[in-house]
Design a protein around this ligand. Structure first.
Ligand code: A2P
Length: 274
């Protein structure tokens, strides 16, 4: 396995295992960060309409000189656009900001009411070829049950908050059983990455001569989760990709799994007000 390795989604599309996330990077700095990420070897970039930096992603991709078809680009449909029933317009606005004629993955950002109706538009977008795969974010099993009851297309992805303090084992199992691949947002625990101070993670890092972040990201790969790693720092962008010269034993994986506290750093999908 290496940085260019891909996983096959349930519709046959290949997705690079590691993704670069740009949440909270402002539009001006996004182009530079994306360019550094592509230079470091990332081929998978994750943005969203609400992040306000799709233009920056488009610029970074353009400036990288890497052909579009070698990259995997994700963006997301925002809640207000679902509520207003303007899914198709929102998708077209995203493409325009990205300066692209397709995305690799288009996701429903949060399980707001009406997501079943939006899913039908997502299915139409998929059929048109302007998204190569479609999926959801922050869906719990009951949301997926509701969606699947009336869906023609099974989501390829569920993107969820997950890290060693929120391992999400039952949700991962549910998704695996349905053929839905999981991506993790805030894989390092979000702003400031507090879990990188965890004693047990530091101990494993010292043992392997790796950084705490590399230990957590390697754990993600070995538990079949695609981490979406945010950094605006060129040196950390690069070091976060250096995951392929070591592996965690079963016992070490169990240590990380054992850190679970069901602790969220971000909003709860069962109870959010945006
Ligand atoms: P920075 O952009 O300054 O590197 P998330 O878990 O939501 O992806 O957030 C990651 C957070 O951790 C960001 O605040 C990012 O800040 C920081 N970060 C990213 N990579 C590392 C790393 N290797 N070591 C420490 N902090 C990191």
């Amino acid at each position: 396995m290496n940085l260019q390795s891909t996983r096959t989604l349930n519709n046959g599309i290949e997705m690079p295992w590691l993704g670069f996330g740009v949440w909270k990077i402002d539009d001006d700095n996004t182009a530079q960060s994306v360019q550094w990420a592509i230079e470091a070897g990332y081929r998978h970039i994750d943005t969203a309409a609400i992040y306000g930096n799709e233009q920056g992603v488009g610029k970074g991709v353009h400036n990288s000189g890497i052909p579009r078809e070698q990259l995997f680009i994700t963006t997301k449909l925002w809640n207000e656009d679902i509520r207003a029933g303007r899914e198709m317009q929102a998708f077209e606005e995203s493409l325009k900001k990205l300066a692209m004629d397709y995305v690799d993955l288009y996701l429903i950002h949060w399980p707001v009411e009406n997501f079943q109706r939006s899913w039908k538009v997502m299915e139409d977008i998929l059929a048109s070829g302007r998204a190569k795969a479609i999926g959801v974010c922050n869906f719990q099993p009951h949301h997926l049950d509701t969606l699947l009851a009336d869906a023609r297309v099974i989501p390829a992805i569920n993107q969820i908050e997950s890290h060693p303090y929120l391992t999400q084992q039952p949700l991962l199992k549910y998704c695996a059983d349905k053929g839905i691949a999981c991506q993790a947002w805030s894989p390092l625990g979000g702003s400031g990455a507090p879990l990188l101070e965890d004693e047990k993670i530091i101990e494993l890092a010292q043992k392997h001569s790796k950084t705490p972040a590399q230990i957590v990201l390697r754990w993600d790969l070995q538990r079949q989760v695609t981490p979406l790693i945010k950094s605006a720092n060129q040196q950390r962008i690069k070091s976060n990709t250096e995951l392929y010269d070591f592996s965690l034993s079963e016992e070490e994986m169990a240590v990380l799994n054992g850190l679970n506290q069901n602790k969220r750093f971000g909003p709860d999908p069962e109870n959010f007000d945006f």
